[in-house]
Design a protein around this ligand. Structure first.
Ligand code: SF4
Length: 493
């Protein structure tokens, strides 16, 4: 982003507020400002805007002023509105880590092609989290200033350590009698080991489930094999049992896209509809853990993923238009960023990055990490990203030199490539992903799979938003209260 120095504009009737832009075609530009508001301008209007020649009584001026692209000396309200919007967009900065991931065990019965942790055989106890570590981790979590705390259980397969899970939930509830936080529990599980005792416990404590269904049986079992060749049946059986006890909206599905998935967007989505899901997360591969060893077998290029995603989203919109509500998580996050004043809070799409500031991970062995990806690097032999141990006070963990280094590379506004990018207000810095893939935390946007995915996603969503026939579907994916604002924003374009 390059803006002329203030004195250049001092004699003019208005001043520019920070924005970036991207050329859409010969005569059309998309402008996105620092607070995430956006509009299209033609070449002439863009030049007039930058040269200070806009007529203050004209429609273009008024649109840009109402969207915080410009302000005039005699309208101090615009500047105050900009400040308030900026504060809302970066509101996550005031909270501290809200997501706390407990890695209860590395044990798992599956041997997924893309596994990002080095799973261990179910008959070993060496890789389980002891209760003493679980207790210390819970105490650290409650030291976070965040009012809303999400406790996420991961593995391996966390249900293979159900007694530890139960201990942590009960301890959290007991401590929360005095702490008074808003607690939310989520278990990331294959559902293959679920039973009624666990489900009743989940029901009583309002625990949510996130499970992996990779598509139709043949694809799921190809991606997620287990020793009995029945991982699909076991997951579907667990899903049915879970739905007999928990409400549908407490069970979310996600699908990891492997090379074998690329040709099957329709089959994957049809399977989600058949299974009664109303949300799907089309998650690209993360090249950590076992997935790195199998990259040649399961990996693909960013272009291949984006082509798949384009086809899949087109089909999901069609399914919605035919009367079945199914949203896609990447698109929902992007729409929320584009159409609403608040950031999603999603840790990968924050600047400053969410590593450590938005999430803490308590590993089974008592080490604390700033993200799920950094503890996965440990399983590949790199322990350099540990912030400390669960026995260290929260203040020490959060001010550790490791987190300091990560945050220095975690401000997207200061990263080469990102600093000029129109989509920056919707995006985030990903220092740990850069480090794991390219050996340094700054990275290079031209080679970044994350950047390629983000740029494609936002360009595609903006293109879809141009077509009014998509708006009813997109509105139905956003919380009801903001749909009307959204429609107005789109209409006023
Ligand atoms: S990662 Fe890519 S899409 Fe995101 S802000 Fe940086 S350059 Fe833009």
């Amino acid at each position: 982003m390059r803006v002329n120095p203030p004195h250049t504009f001092s004699a003019l009737s208005y001043q520019l507020l920070p924005f970036r832009f991207e050329r859409i075609n010969d005569d059309l530009f998309l402008l996105v400002n620092e607070v995430g508001e956006n509009c299209y301008l033609n070449f002439e209007d863009l030049n007039d805007l930058i040269d200070g020649r806009l007529v203050t009584s004209g429609k273009v001026f008024q649109k840009l002023e109402s969207k915080s692209f410009i302000y005039s000396e005699n309208n101090n309200f615009s500047l105050r509105a900009f400040s308030a919007k900026y504060k809302a967009r970066k509101s996550f900065l005031f909270d501290g880590p809200a997501l706390h991931i407990f890695v209860l065990t590395l044990k798992c019965e599956n041997s997924c092609e893309y596994c990002q942790v080095t799973r261990r055989s179910p008959d070993t106890v060496t890789y389980d989290m002891p209760l003493s570590i679980a207790k210390q981790a819970v105490l650290r979590m409650f030291e976070s200033p965040a009012k809303n705390l999400t406790v996420e259980f991961q593995g391996g397969e966390p249900l293979l350590a159900f007694e530890t899970l139960r201990y942590i939930v009960e301890l959290c509830i007991e401590l929360n009698e005095t702490q008074q936080k808003n607690l939310q529990f989520v278990v990331a599980t294959s559902l293959q080991n679920i039973d009624m005792e666990m489900l009743n416990f989940f029901h009583i404590h309002n625990i949510h489930i996130s499970t992996s269904v990779d598509g139709p049986k043949w694809l799921h079992q190809l991606n997620r094999p287990n020793s009995c060749s029945n991982s699909y049946e076991k997951t579907i059986c667990g899903l049915e049992m879970a739905r007999s006890v928990l409400e549908n909206d407490r069970i979310a599905g996600m699908t990891t896209i492997t090379r074998s998935s690329l040709s099957e967007p329709k089959a994957i989505i049809d399977e989600y509809v058949r299974l009664g899901f109303h949300s799907i997360f089309l998650r690209p591969l993360n090249m950590y853990g076992f997935a790195v060893k199998k990259e040649n077998k399961v990996g693909y290029s960013s272009d291949e993923f984006n082509k798949f995603y384009e086809q899949a989203l087109k089909y999901i919109i069609k399914v919605n238009q035919q009367g079945y509500r199914l949203d896609e998580v990447n698109a929902v996050l992007a729409l929320n960023n584009i159409l609403t004043p608040r950031a999603t809070g999603y840790v990968d799409m924050r600047s400053p990055c969410g590593d450590g500031t938005g999430v803490l991970v308590y590993n089974y062995d008592g080490k604390v990490y700033p993200s799920d990806e950094s503890r996965m690097l440990v399983e590949m032999g790199d322990k350099s990203l540990a912030l400390g141990s669960v026995n260290d006070p929260y203040q020490e963990l959060i001010s550790s030199s490791v987190l300091n280094t990560i945050l220095q590379a975690g401000i997207a506004e200061a990263l080469p490539g990102c600093s000029d990018c129109a989509y920056l207000p919707y995006c985030g810095a990903n220092p740990i992903q850069n480090y794991s893939r390219y050996g340094d935390m700054i990275g290079h946007r031209a080679f970044s799979a994350f950047c390629a995915k983000q740029k494609f996603l936002y360009r595609y969503i903006f293109k879809l938003l141009d077509d009014k026939s998509h708006r009813a579907v997109f509105n139905s994916w956003l919380p009801h209260s903001i749909c009307q604002t959204t429609e107005e924003a789109l209409t006023n374009g």
